[in-house]
Design a protein around this ligand. Structure first.
Ligand code: FE2
Length: 200
């Protein structure tokens, strides 16, 4: 069994003008693909060959962990974006208002986490022990190695925004939060209550 490069859930140019077709071509077709290719090369002929991306990320360390976690994180990130305007479900909105006060307050917390995370990593909205929290993970760090349920993520590696916004991470984060967050995906993850699984 090989791990697949999950196709983008929309056309490569679907996120323009916020994220360019060129960025998605490189980010999905080169960065994500390289993590998948290296993961497949590392597991071929080993005890891990028939394991899922999630199983490998949970048991591995070093380069094997990095490639499994980055494969999963990117699949989750593609779904976290959506060109259509979406809104949190009633149940998710109620939880947001209970735990953050308002949707605007949550967006501000996500923005601060994404903008201020030092160097490469990921900003996440997660459910941790029944409460919504904003966290970040560093480099290939992923919440699926813990008990939290991730709802949405923003990739803050420079490769996510350098072609479009050069070094201006705050502009990229603002663009994503104002135009691209897939609240349908967040709501599905919230209501299912268990972590999303990378497609086999
Ligand atoms: Fe990335």
């Amino acid at each position: 069994m090989t791990i697949s490069l999950m196709p983008l859930p929309y056309a490569q140019d679907a996120l323009e003008p916020h994220i360019s077709s060129k960025t998605l071509e490189i980010h999905h077709g080169a960065h994500h693909k390289t993590y998948v290719d290296k993961l497949n090369a590392a597991i071929e002929g080993t005890d891990n060959a028939d394991k899922s991306v999630e199983e490998i990320a949970k048991l591995a360390s070093g380069p094997l962990f990095n490639n499994a976690a980055q494969t999963w994180n990117h699949g989750f990130y593609w779904h976290s974006l959506n060109p259509a305007k979406t809104a949190p479900s009633a149940a998710l909105l109620a939880a947001i208002e209970a735990d953050f006060g308002s949707l605007d307050a949550l967006l501000e917390a996500l923005s601060n986490e994404a903008v201020n995370h030092f160097a490469s990593g990921w900003a996440w909205l997660v459910v941790d022990g029944g409460k919504l929290k904003v966290i970040s993970t560093h480099d290939a760090g992923t919440p699926i190695t813990t008990d939290v349920n991730p709802l949405i993520t923003i990739d803050v590696w420079e490769h996510a925004y350098y072609i479009d916004q050069m070094n201006k991470r705050p502009v990229y984060v603002k663009t994503v939060l104002e135009n691209l967050i897939n609240w349908d995906f967040a709501s599905e993850n919230f209501e299912r209550g268990t972590a999303w699984t990378y497609p086999a």
